[in-house]
Design a protein around this ligand. Structure first.
Ligand SMILES: [Zn+2]
Length: 55
């Protein structure tokens, strides 16, 4: 199944073993993030949770 990354627009081919396959197969308009963008989103969420202490 071909999916398009919601952030960078990269088109990827995912198989049934992909964690979001069932969700995307059911709802083709569900947001999909490629490996790179999901890593970026995760990193940003982490940073938001633990903001750097002001000096
Ligand atoms: Zn992406």
């Amino acid at each position: 199944m071909q999916v398009k990354c919601s952030l960078c627009g990269k088109v990827e081919e995912i198989t049934k073993i992909h964690k979001d396959y069932a969700k995307l197969a059911k709802n083709q308009s569900a947001p999909y993030f490629c490996e790179y963008c999901s890593f970026r989103v995760k990193t940003q969420a982490k940073e938001a949770q633990f903001p750097p202490k002001p000096i």
